[in-house]
Design a binder for this molecule. Structure first.
Ligand code: DGL
Length: 269
């Protein structure tokens, strides 16, 4: 098989990365995908950088076994804390979800004031904040960790009074900062866009890291002659998890936007 016809590998701590898969499916209809969700060890968002990096190395090794041509770290937490290590250790192109989202936010924000929401580990890493400064030192960023958004999104409480109250409490400090752009720096947050809009107001511009990452994947593949030329068979999309597949299938349907037919449980470490 030629290199360009090999699959793209994507991993996440669990279900959330399916928002990235959904965008990649939309923007790259011919690419084969191997997805790994580390459901046995999630959430990553409350763990230390060292632990998340160890898990991310194991996830990457697993995906490499499929001869993937490219790896997407769909998890914001993994991208924030382990991307440099992964790039150093593996000789396969790897991208995370941070840089493309920051580029878009800097492009959109006229006030040069950007809000970032993510897991505790993502916000504590200051990765988004650092990337904003690197791309344009004139910009100010304001970051808030919203850890309860992850279970609420998985529970399907995406239009619920309880979630609205939680959002009000988390986002209140950002309201005072006069931001005009907000980065949804976690795989789960695109599902809560309506609730977040209710709190932040209709004028706020959202940056969805899943959407921006899919664009970056496409650009990279085109630029490096890795875009598949094959359209002779239907796209293959394989899903692997490290814990019971039933929950992944059920909850994942909402994240992916369609039924996941087959999921295989694997032991990777
Ligand atoms: N996938 C994680 C992220 O984007 C959220 C879930 C978790 O904490 O594992 O940061």
């Amino acid at each position: 098989m030629s290199k360009r016809d090999r699959p793209i590998g994507i991993f996440d701590s669990g279900i959330g990365g399916l928002t990235v898969v959904r965008e990649i499916i939309k923007q790259l209809p011919d690419e084969d995908i191997i997805y790994f969700g580390d459901t046995a060890r999630l959430p990553y968002g409350n763990k230390s950088a060292e632990t998340v990096t160890r898990f991310s190395i194991e996830n990457t090794k697993f995906l490499r076994k499929f001869g993937v041509k490219f790896i997407v770290v769909a998890c914001n937490t993994s991208s924030s804390v382990s991307l440099p290590t992964l790039k150093r250790r593996f000789n396969v192109p790897i991208i995370g979800v941070i840089t493309s989202a920051v580029r878009k936010a800097v492009e959109l924000s006229q006030a040069a004031r950007i809000g970032i929401i993510g897991t505790r580990a993502t916000i504590a890493s200051s990765c988004y904040q650092g990337e904003i400064k690197r791309i344009n030192p004139r910009f100010k960023s304001f970051a808030v960790a919203c850890p309860l958004f992850v279970p609420l999104a998985e529970e399907g409480w995406t239009d619920d009074q309880v979630t609205l109250e939680v959002a009000r409490r988390y986002l209140r400090p950002l309201l005072a900062k006069d931001i005009d752009t907000l980065i949804l720096g976690c795989t789960h947050y695109p599902l809560l866009k309506n609730i977040i809009t209710k709190v932040m107001g209709r004028d706020i511009k959202f940056v969805d890291s899943a959407e921006e990452t899919a664009k970056e994947v496409k650009n990279f593949l085109l630029k490096n002659q890795l875009y598949t030329s094959r359209n002779s068979h239907p796209r293959i999309c394989k899903f692997y998890v490290s814990d019971e597949p039933a929950v992944f299938k059920k909850v994942g349907k909402r994240f992916l936007g369609k039924t996941i037919k087959s999921v295989k449980k694997v032991c990777i470490n």
